[in-house]
Every structure is written in structure tokens, then in C-alpha cells.
Ligand binder design. Sequence first.
Ligand code: ADE
Length: 298
Amino acid sequence: MTILEQNRLQTINGYRIVRLLDRGEGSEVYLAIREQDQQQVALKILPGRRMGEELTKFYVHAKKLARLRHPHIVHILDFGVEDDFAFLIMDYAPNGTLREKHPRGSVLAPETVNQYVQQIAAAIGYLHEQTLIHRDLKPHNLLVGPRGEVLLGDFGIAVVSHSLDPLYPEQYDFEGTVLYAAPEQLIGRPRRSSDQYSLGVIAYEWLCGECPFTGDFEALVEQHLHKPAPPLRSKNPALSPLIEQVVMKALTKDVEKRFPSIAEFAQALDWATAQVLTQKVRALPRPKRQFKSPRLFP
Ligand code: ADE
């Protein structure tokens, strides 16, 4: 049963609920209509009831998120609390998530992966400039915008919900998140480059159809902490070693050995992808001459 069904909520602060779009990690996202102008919006209800200090923390964090403006970040339009449940109103992204577009096991062309990484890295770089760390990057949190662009949804919200909801820990889908989590994050010391690691895991999965590590929660944590990720080309030998090198560098356990910033990771991937395309073009058979030179002296 959803939070709304349990609490018989149909309208929240002037937003009429239409249908459930998504749920996970204790939160629920609904398609809703803003009654004042009939505009479609996405309404996210965060898990757990919030009171006192928890409520203040929510307002401080939500205000900060609502100030973010970036072409690859879903805009937060409004936020509030109803019946002690905190909610956020976001732009509605009508084309679903990248997880829906590319189900588990899909292998994408390196150029497509590069295009996605460029957009996500631009959004994350902006968050980093605002002193925020995403900490929950995964294909499920990447929405497809109206023009087919990638939009970061749910940025930082996981931080709000996890820190505010010790009451409902059993509801979180930890495994979904831990697949993409950086080692330092798993021991409670996330930093900017943890987002680079997560984006590296996502790129790895898109390039070969598998995440670097599999297993239950404990097995995943153990591998992120201690086991080097299997080389990408061991899973997709057709892939260029240049692209492999870039992604593996983002997946290094030692944060100092990753790229200095997520922008540099994206630049390196862009360069490697361009090299591969150039090599492919060079390797194409040369077209046969179609015209004979005119006979000047008949
Ligand atoms: N699922 C999660 N957030 C969403 C949004 N803003 N629009 C559409 N679907 C979503």
C-alpha cells in the first residue's frame, strides 16, 4: 500500500494526484496536476513523518535544492509538508528513466554512452560547484527530458531521506544503490570523486551490459572495497582499449588515482570516443574513383 493510500491523500497543497509513477527507497513519485494552472508536475513524497528538527533540516535542504538551475537537472518547483509527510514538486519528465530506456543487460554504442556521460558530468560538475555531492547516481535516477536530453532527477534527495529517516531503514533498496556506490562512500566518507566512481560504474554497465560487481549487499560492499573491477574488455573484447582505460581510471579504489574532477573524466571519455571514431573512418575502404579524367587530346 502506498503512503497516499494509507493516509487517504488525494490532493496535497493544491496538487491533485493522478497516478503513481515510481517508488523506491521508501519514497514515492506521482504524476500530479497543479490546480492553479492545470500543469502536469511530478510530486515526490519522502519516506517517514518529519517533525521538529527533522522538519527544519528538510526545509533547509529543499530550499538549497530548489535554487539549483541547470539544463541537465530536473527543476524543483515547490516543496512542503502535509500530514507530517515532506514532499517535493518537480518538473514532470514524460519520457521515463534511462533504466527503462535501456533495461539491465543492454549494451550501448560507445558514442551513445559518451553523449550521456557528457550531460550527466555537466550536471554533477555543477552540483559539485554548489558544494553538493549527489551520492546516489544510478540509471534509475536519470530521466529523459522532453527533447531526449538526460536530466538528473533526485539529486541529493537520497541524502535528505537517508539522513532523515532512521525510522524506516528496512524499506531502502540498498542493493540497488550499493551497485554504484564508491568504496569511500560505503565507509561513510563520500566526496566529490565518489560521484565520478558511480558514473564510471554506469558507463561500465552500458559498455558491456554488466556492472563490475554482482552479489548480495555484503558481497557488493566487499568487492567495492577490496576487489579491482574486472577489465571492461574481459566482458566486451570489441571495445577500444582507450575507452576501457578511461572508465577503469574512474573506477580506481584510491580516490587520488581517479580523474581530478568529473569534468576531466568526461573530457577523457570524449577524446577516447573521438579517437575510436576517427580510426573507424580511416579504416573504411577508400571509394573507387568514379570519374575518369577528361581526355584532353582526343
Ligand atoms: N520519476 C521520478 N521523478 C520523475 C519526474 N520528475 N518525472 C517523471 N518521472 C519521474
